[in-house]
Design a protein around this ligand. Structure first.
Ligand SMILES: [Zn+2]
Length: 498
């Protein structure tokens, strides 16, 4: 069966085939780099990573562009508050994003590009639109004339024809001929970063940058354009209008949108105190691999309800997978084969592949593999597992992991590599909730004192004796991350530094 994806443009699930041979051209709207990425952002980026990896798994070559929005109103405001030029201000958050991507095992995209490196290209697109009479100037700014593009609204299915006068559709402070029109180029304002261009002194509008960077690297027609559902209108609608008006060609064939993440059923917001960056969760001792697992586990078109219980379950699920692989790697099995078990491996592989082909149904793909874990463990416990089945089982896990990318326990090594354990600030972001999660110990402890080790070892003992094994394991792992090895012996628990 071919890969099927839900296309927002057609409103249907469609079979996906690239326009040209084996190559899939993808554009994904990237982060606005004025803060650390929050888990809602990363939900979208993880789903896009699963999409990318699954396309590759199915034999396609992927060419993906992701933009870094490094000029817009909020950035200008925040940079000014910080007393920095915007390039310098945003660099810090671009660096942080690059580290976050590594922590979450997001594959490198082919082109990760900054908006401010493409000002000349943006000017070019605006000039084309002016020549074709799709754009007009007003008070030094330049607007897209929506009336000139009758297909406007085809993605969002929003009918704005009643909105011509009065209503503000895309709020900004400039004069427009029609309320639906949106800004392509903003006239310079005092004290704001701006560029001297043939269009006059000013800066690009946000919608413009995505059209320009997409077409520059991928050509006029993309196979897939993706982002969160909040971008459908007006952002993606405007991207279509600008691009198609300029080229006369379809801009993107498939529009794939990921649903929101909510926290305990509520919208994540700083004012509600339930706002988490990736770094907040790492600071509370959660593993990036478990965070990735949780973000990937819910199919992308369903809202994801983030809870700390869910995150702890994700850690436990991951442990189960890792333990199973450990058994497959290390245990001795009787020689020979067990045809029933060999068949189970084939069913699991088919199950996860077909789940992902079905509009990236990650829940089904997970279920298929956990069924294999359950059956495999049972067979091993009963002494029914046979040596001949080992490679097939390991192969299913390895294939599954090419897409989910969570089985290898690389968290501690990466956190050390990227300086988290070496004194990098782990203060929670302003407004981050501190009551729900764990104490900010765990992964980030570096030079842990003997007193603290003794205290944690005792906590672990208590957890073990009252049957809270997951917690006991977590403490052991946290201490391991801090370079402390726990050994359970007949004489009691001992610890040593690595
Ligand atoms: Zn965009």
């Amino acid at each position: 069966m071919a890969l099927r994806l839900y296309n927002t443009l057609s409103g249907r699930v469609e079979e996906f085939h690239p326009l040209e041979g084996n190559l899939v051209r993808i554009y994904t709207c990237g982060p606005t780099v004025y803060n650390y990425g929050h888990i809602g952002n990363y939900r979208t980026f993880v789903f896009q990573d699963i999409l990318r990896r699954h396309l590759k798994y199915r034999g396609y070559k992927v060419m993906q562009v992701m933009n870094l929005t490094d000029v817009e109103d909020k950035i200008i405001r925040e940079a000014r508050a910080a007393g920095l030029p915007i390039r310098e201000f945003t660099q810090k958050y671009i660096d942080a994003f690059n580290v976050d991507r590594k922590l979450l095992n997001l594959e490198d995209v082919e082109f990760l590009v900054r908006a401010t490196d493409h000002i000349a290209d943006m000017v070019g697109l605006v000039q084309t639109l002016e020549q074709k009479n799709f754009a007009y100037a007003s008070d030094g700014s330049i607007y897209f004339r929506v009336e000139a593009f009758p297909e406007y609204g085809k993605l969002s299915k929003i009918n704005l024809s009643g909105n011509r006068a009065g209503a503000r559709v895309d709020a900004d402070e400039y004069e427009k001929a029609d309320a639906r029109d949106f800004v392509l180029w903003k006239a310079a304002k005092p004290d704001e970063d701006s560029w001297d261009t043939p269009l006059g002194r000013g800066r690009p509008g946000w919608h413009l940058e995505c059209s320009v960077m997409a077409m520059k690297y991928l050509g006029p027609t993309l196979d897939i354009h993706s982002g969160g559902t909040d971008l459908i209108f007006p952002h993606h609608e405007n991207e279509i209008a600008q691009s198609e008006a300029a080229t006369g060609k379809p801009f993107a064939r498939f529009w794939i949108h990921g649903e929101h993440l909510v926290v305990n059923g509520q919208k994540m917001s700083k004012s509600l105190g339930n706002f988490y960056t990736l770094r907040d969760l790492i600071g509370q001792g959660f593993k990036p691999s478990a965070i990735r697992y949780l973000l990937a586990a819910v199919p992308y078109r369903k809202p994801l309800n983030f809870t700390f219980e869910g995150l702890e379950q994700a850690e436990q699920s991951l442990e189960r997978l890792r333990n199973f692989r450990q058994r497959l790697t290390a245990e001795k099995f009787p020689p020979g084969s067990n045809p029933g078990l060999a068949e189970r491996a084939q069913i699991a592989r088919k199950g996860f592949e077909e789940g992902l082909d079905d509009n990236l149904n990650t829940a089904e793909a997970l279920a298929a593999v956990f069924e294999l874990v359950r059956e495999g463990n049972t067979a091993m416990d009963r002494g029914e597992f046979r040596e001949a089945e080992r490679p097939a089982y390991l192969d299913v896990l390895a294939r599954w992991n090419r897409i989910f990318a969570v089985i290898d326990d690389e968290d501690y090594a990466k956190l050390r590599q990227y300086g988290f354990a070496g004194g990098m600030s782990t203060a929670p972001s302003p407004g981050a909730a501190s009551t729900d999660g764990r104490k900010p110990t765990g992964l980030l402890v570096e030079a842990i004192s003997e007193d603290e080790i003794e205290r944690r070892v005792s906590e672990r003992e208590r957890a073990r004796h009252s049957g809270r094994y997951a917690e006991a394991d977590r403490i052991r792992n946290e201490l391991l991350g801090a370079g402390v090895i726990i050994e359970d012996t007949k004489a009691g628990t001992r610890w040593k530094r690595k």
